[in-house]
Design a protein around this ligand. Structure first.
Ligand SMILES: C[S@@+](CC[C@H](N)C(=O)[O-])C[C@H]1O[C@@H](n2cnc3c(N)ncnc32)[C@H](O)[C@@H]1O
Length: 321
């Protein structure tokens, strides 16, 4: 770029920038992308960037579901930039501030009222990575994807049975063989549906790796998922406790000890989601607590206590399968 700047007249450079950025920027350069607010660890961010390199030879889009202030998006987009890849990261979110978001961003504490849009802030944070990013404001419970094949899908928005169904229904059919799915919540204490989904699709997607710090586990598509198999896999209405149990055991078998505490929590939260407080308490005491990370243990205990005091928000959110 600097060599070009010396060779080409200023106005021509400005014209080229106009074509690239869609507006007159004269001699201004965009600031660096801003990763200061993130719900992901450095290890996860490095894995996201590396995963873009791993799918470099495949055709298809790179997708980030539930980008919030963009730590996932920036990690993916920098992978594209490093490769000189003209592709873009399609980053989805409702971009609507919710009270819990204050807890994760001291920078924005009290900046937004619940319901306000933070889309411009996410865009600002993209900085010099803007040319590699398309931000899409959408509700993923109803969004329909028809923008072609997908080579990388980062999922940080499967927050309920319902979102798991709608996201898998819309995006899994577009995955190309060899594509990577990064489940950012797989090793989180309260996403029992992720194991169920991946267990049901185990003949089509192979577990690949997971992080030591953070909750991400990755899967690779080894063969296209037939439509009827996917339809059955995302129908959770008839899920039995036995099948759910088998899915956590499967996750434990393929991931190993790293998943033990998480899968124990998934089971407790699954039964809490069904409104069975007594069973959740029994499972928690039987688990012996030894494999559950202290902050997860505390959160599970708090969630059970909330349910006991009549706050059934967890169960209500997950009743809808
Ligand atoms: C845990 S945050 C994502 C954090 C982010 N990936 C990061 O890098 O720091 C989950 C995001 O999912 C979004 N989300 C939740 N439900 C959604 C829906 N139905 N449609 C679109 N986005 C949704 C939320 O707005 C939130 O920003």
């Amino acid at each position: 770029m600097n060599a070009l700047k010396k060779l080409l007249p200023t106005r021509l450079m400005a014209g080229l920038r106009y074509i690239r950025h869609g507006r007159l920027s004269w001699d201004r350069t965009l600031p660096s992308a801003d990763l200061s607010s993130a719900m992901t660890t450095k290890e996860e961010q490095a894995l996201f960037t590396k995963s873009v390199r791993d799918v470099a030879k495949l055709q298809g889009q790179v997708i980030d579901l539930g980008c919030w202030l963009g730590s996932t998006t920036i990690s993916l987009a920098s992978g594209l930039r490093d490769l000189n890849d003209s592709g873009k990261v399609y980053a989805f979110d409702r971009f609507t501030w919710e009270p819990w978001m204050d807890l994760y961003s001291s920078e924005h504490w009290c900046d937004y009222l619940p319901g306000e849009s933070f889309l411009p802030e996410t865009r600002r944070r993209m900085g010099d990575l803007k040319p590699w990013v398309v931000l899409v404001a959408a509700d993923l419970t109803t969004y329909h994807w028809d923008n072609g094949p997908v080579r990388l899908l980062l999922v940080d928005a499967m927050k309920s049975w319902r979102l798991t169904t709608s996201i898998a229904r819309e995006f899994y059919p577009s995955l190309v063989v060899g594509s990577i799915v990064l489940h950012q919540d797989y090793l989180s204490y309260n996403h029992p549906w992720l194991s169920v989904l991946q267990y049901r699709l185990r003949d089509y997607m192979r577990y690949d790796t997971c992080v030591s710090h953070g909750c991400t586990a990755t899967f690779k598509l080894i063969q296209q998922i037939p439509p009827d198999v996917l339809t059955a896999a995302i129908n959770f209405s008839l899920l039995s406790d036995d099948e759910a149990e088998r899915s956590w055991l499967w996750s434990l078998a393929v991931i190993g000890e790293r998943a033990r505490g998480t899968m124990a929590c998934s089971k407790i939260m699954y039964h809490l989601g069904k409104g069975d407080i007594e069973r959740s308490k029994r499972l928690l005491s039987e688990s012996g607590n030894e494999h559950i990370e202290p902050h997860n243990l505390l959160t599970v205990q708090q969630d059970i206590a909330k349910a006991e005091s009549g706050d059934h928000s967890w169960a209500e959110m997950n009743a809808d399968r």
